[in-house]
Design a protein around this ligand. Structure first.
Ligand code: PMP
Length: 437
């Protein structure tokens, strides 16, 4: 079957005449056979302008934890929009949301609201540097922390240098894009993740210059790789010992692995946590949550935190509606999401076996990474890079023809409204696709 996507193709051509590149985020240009134009989304499904319908596992790159057009969110928003979108002044929704966040996120004494994950990370870095009076930041290969000049490195590739020893200058990453200052990453030290030795050696040598260690709790952006037992706990111990801020970037895992995020689930207390994506159910909102002493720097005016639309009424209402829905019935949504993801992952593993296609799935609750690889385990970035990315991209294209939208990189999101019907249809579609692959 060949997908009829003529209208999408035409709209892309039209779009390119006005919108730089024809898409609003560089990542979206990569979609094959063409970036799709959407007519509407409802529940776990999405329909394109050519009338094709897909089960949606892209979920807008993560925010749609309640699927499309969830009644609770739609209702919350129709009420909110009647009162105006944004005021540039305070409103009680901000207090309600901030209070809720301090209740559900174990690390949160105080929170600060922003508009995107990128901005939340920028603020977290700024707070860390101001608090410690130091400037260097350790981050890890294969993690992603947004596209600001302060931290955006080139997209991970198999040949990326992964120096673990030597001086910090051996571990400086190249800028992620043309136009980013050559000097913007001078203070960023890149290390391999899950490698305690590399981290300990670097910290011991350069602790007096290091303001923060920033890490995703699970390497969701590349392979959904879990931390080795004790790894994050050791980061916590060492950072505490050396007066370094531990930032956990929970833009993907926040409110997804549980209402308290990954750190809640793992029983860890980083100094700062960044959250976004799922928080607003599709509206642009993010937050930094953290320790009183650090957040006090915003309170006392020594650290600037700006943004015209920060804490706007529409986005805070969306976040309140989303988080309240997720918290209903003792977090029943999480049981549902995990169950659906488990069913999918079991089905995928069985199909890989049936079709004798070398591949595997790494799962972290309702998010998982499927890859084609001859490796039996993928527990670090270097091994992840041995996967057959081109084959997966072809697979994603064939899945689309079968009515299943998956991200070409291999990361799948499951929402609280995906269920048995979607799982069955997805596994049946995949059976046909793997037979062709
Ligand atoms: N941190 C992580 C872990 C992310 O995955 C992302 C986005 N994929 C970001 C930060 C940046 O978030 P945003 O796209 O909302 O700026």
């Amino acid at each position: 079957m060949t997908l009829s996507i003529e209208k999408s193709k035409q709209l892309l051509a039209d779009s390119k005449q006005y919108l730089a590149g024809g898409v609003a985020s560089s990542l979206r240009a990569a979609m094959k056979p063409t970036p799709l134009f959407v007519e509407s989304g409802y529940g776990p499904r999405i329909r394109d302008v050519d009338g094709n319908e897909y089960i949606d596992y892209l979920l807008a790159y993560g925010p749609l934890i309640l699927g499309h057009a969830h009644p609770s969110l739609a209702e919350g928003m129709s009420h909110a929009l009647k009162r105006g979108v944004t005021y540039g002044l305070q409103h009680s929704g901000e207090i309600e949301l901030a209070k809720l966040l301090t209740e559900i996120l174990p690390c949160a004494d105080r929170v600060a609201l922003s508009g995107s994950g990128t901005e939340a990370v920028m603020l977290a870095l700024r707070l860390s540097r101001a608090y410690t009076g130091k400037s260097k930041v350790i981050r890890f290969h294969g993690h992603f922390h947004g596209w600001s000049d302060a931290i955006f490195t080139s997209f991970p590739s198999a040949d990326m240098k992964q120096a673990a020893v030597g001086s910090a200058s051996d571990n400086i990453a190249p800028p992620g894009t043309n136009g980013q200052s050559e000097n913007s990453l001078q203070d960023i030290i890149m290390l391999p993740w899950n490698d305690l030795e590399a981290l300990e050696a670097t910290l011991l040598r350069e602790k007096d210059q290091i303001a923060a260690v920033i890490t995703e709790p699970i390497m969701c952006n590349n392979g959904c790789i879990s931390p080795k037992p004790g790894y994050l706990e050791r980061i916590r111990e060492l950072t505490e010992q050396y007066g370094i801020v531990m930032i956990m970037d929970e833009v993907i895992t926040g409110f997804r692995l549980g209402l308290g995020g990954a750190h809640g689930k793992m029983g860890l207390k980083p100094d700062l946590v960044t959250v976004g994506k799922a928080m607003g159910g599709g509206f642009a909102i993010s937050a930094v949550a953290g320790k009183r002493e650090l957040m006090a720097l915003i309170e006392n005016g020594t650290v600037s935190h700006l943004g015209t639309l920060n804490g706007n009424f529409a986005a805070t209402s969306a976040a309140l509606a989303t988080l309240r829905e997720l918290g209903k019935d003792n977090g029943c949504a999480y049981i549902q999401m995990e169950h659906t993801a488990d069913q999918l992952v079991q089905g995928i593993r069985a199909l890989l076996k049936k079709h004798q296609i070398p591949g595997l799935v790494n799962q972290a609750g309702p998010v998982f990474h499927m890859m084609f690889t001859a490796e039996t385990k993928v527990e670090d970035f270097a091994t992840f890079n041995k996967r057959d990315a081109a084959k997966y991209s072809r697979f994603a294209e064939l899945m689309l023809e079968e009515g299943v939208l998956v991200r070409p990189s291999g990361l799948w999101y499951v929402s609280a409204v995906h269920g048995e019907n979607e799982v069955t249809a997805t596994i049946e579609a995949m059976d046909r696709v793997l037979a062709k692959l």
